[in-house]
Design a protein around this ligand. Sequence first.
Ligand code: GBH
Length: 480
Amino acid sequence: MTSTYRAFPQHFLWGAATAAFQIEGAYDEDGRTDSIWDTFTRVPGAIVAGDTAEVACDHYHRMPEDVALMKRLNHAAYRFSVAWPRVRPDGGAVNQKGLDFYSRLVDELLEADMVPWPTLYHWDLPQALEDAGGWTNRDTAYRFADYAVSVYDALGDRVEAWTTLNEPWCSAFMGYTGGQHAPGRQEGAAGIVAAHHLLLGHGLVVDEVRRRATPDRRPRLGITLNLTVADPFDPARPADVDAARRLDGLHNRVFLDPLLRGRYADDLAADTEGMAFEGRPWSSYVHDGDLALISAPLDFLGVNFYHGDVPAALPYDAAPDELLGSRIQGPARPRTSPYPGGGFVFPRRGLPTTDRDWEIDPAALTRLLVRLHEEYAAPPIYITENGAMCDDVVVDGEVRDDARRDFIEQHLHATLDAIDAGVDVRGYFVWSLLDNFEWSYGYAHRFGIVHVDYETQMRTPKGSALWYADVIARNAVPLL
Ligand code: GBH
């Protein structure tokens, strides 16, 4: 009998992902102080419908229930993030109550026989550190290392896999160049300076944590990037080909090259040569020794993937809406490209889209993974986020999200295609366990495989969650 399923490698790690700011709520409890996202949510027009994350999914109070839910859904691992402003309010002294929450979470997971997969920074910089310059201030990287070490010291006896940063591209370029994300700064080359300091923070954490390894504490360290494919919209148009090269530089290689090759690429350096922050060329923020720290070998690479990107060489600010699609609509922010220098947009290719209007392009995930393997000899890869915004339909009390299920299914096949091509992919986390605070889109966009009623906080697994539980149980995905 031929199998109607396609199997994953043995020991493939399955789970879902969340982030502290998006689910925890309890924004002022047990000593937590504001992060840049608390501040940003109070800026008129920054968040759709003026939503805040003060309550969010109330996970801070419902954590045991949420872990039990994951267990029922067969999850073997849980990717969560630790909130810096809980552990070190205002970026200052350690707050034991903040650490205690994550310690209880880790215990709860281990009790349920699940692997804790923490990320140390998922965008919630203490506001006090932003007031001192945020990620454009080199000192923030050192404060990050201090914070990370305090988390490692508290949890390192029970946690093995540590992710330093989630999507530093978003923190740097959406936060400091485009301003769509907190802290909402629109300062051109500030984004690339922030990117370097984020990488430095990563390198410092890897160094400090590895120094603390002992025979019975063997931390594995990684970073999660939101990488993309960069194809020219019209391969016959040299300007588009050049836009694709620049996009690849400013989105992928700006992180991959320092991390995996210990250098910034020559073409990126040339493209950004004239870019200055506070009167100094951005390259002057790169100090001797930084790249050696940043390029310490990684134990794993996390890849978040949502959509492919195909750039055309057109001015961003003047581009007509139909070329931008609805991907940048939403919050009423001035339209500024997150790419320093701008100069390109992402015209639609007519592919099917999710309800967020992101084009669905699973083959791009396969190509991305193969590239990481072939061009960068990447360490073992985990898909640390993949998922879709979907307008759920409630039928007889059941939450149907067929489009999300299909999206996940297609991307699992794309992952298997990469594995078949020789890429070492070891796990997959759905984004997200719960509907949650979707950054500048507030609660308007639901990404959960579990529905959250924000009035009652009731959790209802959607069709996709039940389907995913079956995939995990079989360690295999139905043939398409
Ligand atoms: C992830 O980032 C985040 O890690 C997670 O917290 C978030 O909830 C999840 O995605 C869903 O959004 O500006 O319209 O041209 C997503 C990474 C990178 C995807 C930038 C959108 C730009 C689209 N994002 N990309 S647009």
